[in-house]
Design a protein around this ligand. Sequence first.
Ligand SMILES: Nc1ncnc2c1ncn2[C@@H]1O[C@H](COP(=O)(O)OP(=O)(O)OP(=O)(O)O)[C@@H](O)[C@H]1O
Ligand SMILES: [Mg+2]
Length: 248
Amino acid sequence: MPSGWGVFISFEGPDGSGKSTQVRKLAEALSRLGYDVATASEPGGTAIGRRIREIILDTRSAGLHGVTEFLLFAADRAQDVHEVILPALRAGRVVLADRFVDSSLAYQAHGLGMDLDSVLSANRIATDGLRPDLTLLLDIDVAEGVARAKGRSHGDRIEERMLEFHQRVRDAYHQMAAAEPDRFRVIDVTGKPAESVHEEVLAQVLDFLAARGVERRRSGRVQEERKGGPACHAHHGDPGAAGGHKEA
Ligand SMILES: Nc1ncnc2c1ncn2[C@@H]1O[C@H](COP(=O)(O)OP(=O)(O)OP(=O)(O)O)[C@@H](O)[C@H]1O
Ligand SMILES: [Mg+2]
């Protein structure tokens, strides 16, 4: 990767595990500490992505084929990568992504049974082979996650059936984390308040940024300084370090 390139951190985990909550808290904390942070979320993280998302969600899309839906998700991700994530990495920023390719592998391939190689190739096209440097897996008991996501309690027959799907997703995440222990950090969030999860997340990320030699723009808040401040971006200390951004 070129020198001056940023750091790409993704958040993964089953529904309701707190990814969006933790991305928000981490972005605030890192900015306060002086890191140059950008965030990305999907689906619908860009204006074009939101139009794609509308097609997926619109009730008039009742005839939407599963493959079409899958490719629309990939198209949304492609837009996010090229419009948001890559420019931020080029500018040397710390990019926090709320879900990335691992979500497709967990949900589409393992959860829904789509062909793994097809999921991988579509995503390789969508992301140009970009891979996170660090992935925080928020691991949660599926019943608690689904209940949180729905904002109510669980227990009927249909929900039990859905729990099986979410359990497959959770198992898939465990397998991926075990297969790539250098990239994944698994954080058990079951029963933990958001603030204590945040403390664990922040500690892991600061540890990683320090190991990578990523510098702060300056100590303290940077948001206000962005317009007139020094053009000193966060960067990799070792551009040749292993665990780079592109798939082999
Ligand atoms: N540690 C926590 N304890 C209890 N509730 C939480 C915790 N973290 C987040 N929540 C709440 O649970 C719900 C789901 O959180 P959030 O949206 O951050 O999860 P998510 O992983 O982004 O979900 P999704 O996969 O559906 O996008 C929200 O209402 C949020 O306020
Ligand atoms: Mg979310």
